[in-house]
Every structure is written in C-alpha cells, then in structure tokens.
Design a protein around this ligand. Structure first.
Ligand code: NAD
Length: 469
C-alpha cells in the first residue's frame, strides 16, 4: 500500500472525507486509497486558485519562468519515487518507454515551456498610432487528465498555464490519481499557495469543474465522447477550451518501403504504452506487394518484447491499464477473428491476475471491422492490405478522427506529398507518434480543438488585449 497521499487545496494538504480504491493493473488488487473531493472541496479549490490568481498574474515574468524551472527541478529530484508510483497505478513498466521515460519527458517539457516567451507585439508604430498586442492570462484553468500518460499530460497542462500567469485546479483520472496528487504535494515546496491545486474523485467531479463559474478555461485530454460533454457543459459560461481527444491514426506503407528498415518504427508507433496513446498508430495500410514482408518483420520485433508486471526491470510492456479497457480490446480482437481476420500473434486473454493482454498483430483486417474503424486503445494492430494508394488515402481519411497519420516510403518527395493529403493535425514520414515541445500538437475533426506545445500552445492560455494609443 502506498503511504497516504492527499488533495492540495490552497497550499494545504486535505485528506478528504471519503476515499476510493486505486487498483494495481498488474495484480487487479488494491494498490492504494485516494481521497475523494466533495463538491464543497471543488469550490474551495476553485476559490483558492481564484484568490491566488489575483497576485500570480501580477508577478514579474522572470519569477513565473523560474517557478516553471523549479517544477522541473522538483520532478528531477523525485523522479524515481514518482515513476514507481506511476507504475503501481498505471501499470506501465519502469523501463522501456515506461514510467521513467514519462518522467524524463515531463521534465524536458517543463524546461522547454519555462523558456518560452510571449513578448508584446508592436502592430503599428507611426505618426497615426501605436498599437500593441499583449497576451494576458485567463484566470483559473481546470485541467482534466486521462489515465494513459498521467504525469506527462499533467505537466503539459500545468506548466504553460502557470508560465503565462494563470492558476490551476487539476483533476486526474480516477484510475491513476495518486501520482498526480503526489506530484502536486511535492510542488507545494516551489509554488505559492493556491497557484496549483489538486482534487480527485470519480468522473462526476469533472462536470463540477467544467461548469464552474470560477473557471476561465478548461484544458481537457481524454476521449472524444467526454470531450463533447465538456464542451456542452462549458458553453453556459463561455469558457476557453483546449480539447485533446481520441485518435484512430492510420499509417500507409508504400510499395517501395523496406520492411526490415521500418519495422521497429512501425511497431513502437503502434505499441508505445501498450497502444494506450492518443497518437499511436492504430490502423496500418500496407501495399499488397510487401504485405507479408511487413507482417513478418513486425512479428520479429514483437517476439523480442517482454511483457510483464511493470515493476519488473525486465518488462518492456506491462498490463492494460484497467479491466474495462482490457475486455474491450479482447472483444474487438474476437470480433475481427470471427469476421475472418488472421491473428498473427497474441489474441488470447492470458489466465492469472491482472489485466494483461498480449501483443496482437491482426492480418487480413479490413475497413468495416470494429478493430479498424474504432480507436482500440490497446496492444493491438490491425494490418490492412491495399493495392491502390488512392484507396488507402481515402480509407485513412474516412474517419471522424484526425489526430495523426503517417506515410512510410523511401521516396521522400512522394511521401511528403501524400502526407499533406492526410486529414490530421500531425502527419509523420517514416515515423509515427513523435511529439516534441517545440511543435504544436492537436487534432482536427473529432480529435480536438486547439493545440498544445510551442508558442501556439502557450498562446491558448492567454487572451489578447490590444493597447491602442
Ligand atoms: P475519459 O474521457 O474517459 O476520461 C478523461 C478524464 O475526463 C478523466 O479525468 C475523467 O475522470 C474525466 N471525465 C469523465 N467524465 C467527465 C465529464 N462528464 N466531464 C468532465 N470530465 C470528465 O478518457 P480516458 O479513458 O481516461 O483516456 C483515454 C482517451 O484519451 C483516449 O480516447 C485517448 O485517445 C484520449 N487521449 C487524447 C490525447 C490527445 O492529446 N489528443 C492524449 C491522451 C489521451
């Protein structure tokens, strides 16, 4: 059992009147207790953030920049403790692209974002007028995060908000609340009271925040279905919104690609974090002429990956995060099998404890199968055969989602041309899912509204004021 971890409201530790179980996905057993905030505590957290905003927005820019670096310093000092907690509740391995990697990502993002500036822009300065464009903070930002990359996404929300002079109330997913609550406890050391507050509880806490009159902006990362509810609930008070929602990214392998050269990139594009990644490769379209070669190369990569409890240093992938998700993924694979798809590896739910599901490669998958048309969000990759690249592009674009997409080819000119025809926020060439703090990231269509990262992401935490003299 983890030691007691509390909510943070107005710089104080709050134990909460009730608590709920947090499950270790590797065992299916209770890993810890999480305090559940009441509606009154949600109000207190928003009020504390509102009170802190009055001062925080007036502080010199250099002070806020230093505070964001101090956040990175705290994460660095406590990286191993947080990584262990993350593995305990999320299931991802300590090693590989797991918890330690997530912490390093969070630290890197915090530092890069700390150093971003939004200087005043001079729009006109002549005998007629001087017109300046200023960026002002919005107020209290409500951050709502999912269970797949809890700490990295929390940092993606918190740091740009604080950097630009806002204050924050964060609500992590009830599946993975402890690492975020603990991180916020640790950050009390470097942030003024009320600048960062953390509450936790079941899903129905979310609407209390997204409809709260004291909240100016919602930054939400999660499913498209919930994102729509957030938007509806935020409408009454005209909150600013950034919505980072689900994806069903397609990758298209052209006939001139070298299967052995691209296999690792394809594999980790799809199976990073067990496929529980918004911009993971979720549908792979491969030209008929190299279809079996690509499938064989993917199988070879899969054979070298150890799946096991995240706490085992040897594990490279862990369990699926929760039972519902594991069962959903298993159901999608069963449906594909029944519809005539070929399971190349995996596809059988193992016995034993925990929410494990094997790496599953599905050949002879076709559009129309649920495992292709829906975001699986698990360790499963359907491989679809095509013979006409125009048809593959049409299939890739025939989706409500528009987060990412990729083209795999040794002809970079052609790959760039086709990449730009993909309807998505990020189009990759010979890679998939690479995101960086210096490149804006966001979805089109049902994958979201707005972007995170880089200057454009930072601007979303501000409003424009024009000063005209
Ligand atoms: P989810 O939508 O179920 O939950 C996300 C968060 O919303 C949780 O904190 C949850 O408690 C909260 N919530 C639930 N109901 C709410 C409501 N009515 N109002 C406000 N908040 C509410 O998503 P999940 O299952 O935790 O995460 C997986 C999904 O997130 C996938 O679809 C994935 O693609 C998406 N995702 C997107 C990105 C991106 O950047 N585009 C990144 C990571 C994950």
């Amino acid at each position: 059992m983890a030691a007691a971890i509390n909510l943070t409201i107005g710089g104080a530790s709050v134990a909460g009147l009730a608590s709920f179980d947090v499950i270790d996905p590797a065992t299916g057993k209770v890993a810890g207790l999480c305090p559940a905030a009441t509606a009154a505590e949600v109000d207190s957290a928003v009020a504390a953030a509102g009170a802190a905003f009055a001062t925080w927005q007036t502080r010199p820019d250099a002070e806020r920049k230093a505070a964001c670096h101090a956040i990175a310093d705290v994460l660095e000092r406590h990286a191993e403790e947080l990584a262990q907690l993350l593995t305990l509740e999320q299931g991802k391995p300590l090693n590989g692209l797991g918890s330690r990697y997530e912490l390093q990502g969070a630290i890197g993002w915090a530092r890069y974002t700390a150093d971003l500036d939004l200087p005043i822009e001079i729009l006109q300065d002549d005998a007629q007028a001087r017109i300046e464009l200023h960026r002002r903070p919005l107020g209290v930002v409500a951050s709502i995060t999912p269970w797949n990359w809890p700490l990295m996404i929390a940092i993606w929300h918190i740091v740009p908000a604080i950097r630009t002079g806002n204050t924050v109330v964060i609500k992590p997913s009830p599946y993975t609340p402890l690492s975020t609550l603990r991180m916020v406890e640790l950050l009390r050391e470097v942030l003024p009271s009320g600048v960062l507050n953390a509450i936790a509880g079941p899903d129905d806490l979310g609407p209390l925040l997204t409809g709260h009159p004291g909240v100016a902006k919602v930054i939400f990362t999660g499913s498209t279905a919930t994102g729509k509810k957030v938007m509806t609930n935020a409408a009454d008070t005209l909150k600013r919104l950034t919505l980072e929602l689900g994806g069903n990214d397609a990758g298209i392998v052209l006939p001139d690609a070298d299967p052995d050269a691209i296999a690792e990139g394809l594999f980790w594009g799809a199976f990073i974090n067990n496929g529980q990644t918004c911009a993971a490769l979720k549908r792979l379209y491969v030209h008929d002429s190299i279809y079996e070669g690509v499938a064989a190369a993917l199988l070879r990569v899969a054979a070298g990956v150890t799946v096991g409890p995240g706490r085992d240093e040897a594990s490279i992938l862990g369990p699926v995060q929760n039972r519902m998700q594991r069962d959903r993924v298993a159901g999608l694979v069963d449906q594909a099998r029944a519809a005539g798809a070929r399971i190349l590896t995996g596809g059988e739910r193992p016995g034993g404890d925990g929410y494990f599901y094997p790496i599953t490669l599905i050949a002879d998958a076709t559009d129309g199968m649920s495992v292709v048309d829906q975001e699986q969000f698990g360790p499963v990759l359907p491989i679809i055969r095509y013979s006409d690249v125009e048809q593959a592009i049409a299939s890739a674009n025939a989706s409500e989602s528009g987060l990412g997409g990729s083209i795999w080819s040794s002809n970079l000119t052609l790959a760039r041309e086709l990449a730009q025809r993909l309807e998505c926020g990020t189009a990759w060439i010979n890679k998939h899912g690479a995101i960086q703090p210096n490149a804006p990231f966001g979805g089109i269509k049902s994958s979201g509204i707005g972007v995170e990262f880089a200057r454009q992401g930072l601007e979303e935490y501000t409003t424009i004021q024009v000063v005209h003299q």
